[in-house]
Design a protein around this ligand. Sequence first.
Ligand code: NAP
Length: 330
Amino acid sequence: MRVGGPARYFCVVRNIDDIRHAVLFARTHNIPFHVLGDGSNVIVSDEGFNGLVIKPDIKGVHFTENIDTVTVIAGAGKNWDALVGQTVKKNLFGVENLSAIPGTVGAAPVQNIGAYGVEVKDIVAWVKVFNTNTLHTMKLSCEECEFAYRGSIFKRPENKHLIITHVAFTLFYKGNINTGYKDITAHIKEHNLKVDALSPKDLRRIITVIRSRKLPDINKVGTAGSFFKNPILSKEKFSALSHIYPGLPGYDTGEGNVKVPLAWIIDKVCGMKGTRKGNLALHDKQALILVNRGKSTAQDIKKFAEEIKDDVKRKTGIDIEFEVSLVGKF
Ligand code: NAP
């Protein structure tokens, strides 16, 4: 978001030994630590972080070929999209819908990144973590990660002692391309493409084009992508709101709930799409995205986001949550 103060201490860790040293340093100095990916989904407070920021730079990708699948093990510091590019180049199926998402491999399981009908939980085999309490590593299975919509055990405050070092994925030689989302369907129709003939590489190209058109350019403005999570409502709540706001889109989660695109509410119910406040604005092509066009502070961003949250609550009764993580004191 191009805001925030400095870290009191900052270190880059390239292996497990480095992590152990960093954690012991924080322990000796009695300061907290924060693990940072690429910083694409965090807002650091204006006064900064009074502790140690640990940046994993564990790279390396290993492919193991099995009968029907390939196991891909990647270091936490590897750029996520570079990994997707590498697997798609090998014509492997499973991860292509998660193209063009900023951040690192290690950050992907934390909020269970998802896009266009695929979530990282669908392909995670296991996650290797460094336990800062025991100073040892351990492997967590996909089930043990307790993945949920934009969440996992790693997002919970009580699990901040787990530092992700490696992630293993199961990808496939053959698979079905998932083209269900409206932006993809529209692109396929517009370009007269044949769904059956699309490869993971093709889908990656399509998604990269869609996202580059829809999302703000991070070289020009500060942004953290989607600022809020899409709310999940009970069927009753959804039905009541649909009567007040006809046309409200909703997607059955399969668990008796309905996921509602918050961008629609911000746009059609609150009339706030494209709203500006000082240097801050809601992106004109996607109302879920907050952009910083100049010299805003972290406090300005939090205040603006809370105004949006309050307006959504007033008009719909829905309590929305930030998708971004706040780091430091706010
Ligand atoms: P979109 O396609 O306009 O969809 C808006 C919302 O409607 C999303 O919550 C999406 O659910 C839901 N949705 C749309 N079509 C659906 C379908 N066929 N079945 C079930 N749910 C459907 O969203 P967008 O803002 O342009 O973003 C495109 C994709 O990138 C979305 O999947 C979005 O979630 C994802 N994205 C992810 C992150 C992240 O992981 N941090 C950040 C930005 C965008 P889902 O959210 O479950 O997809």
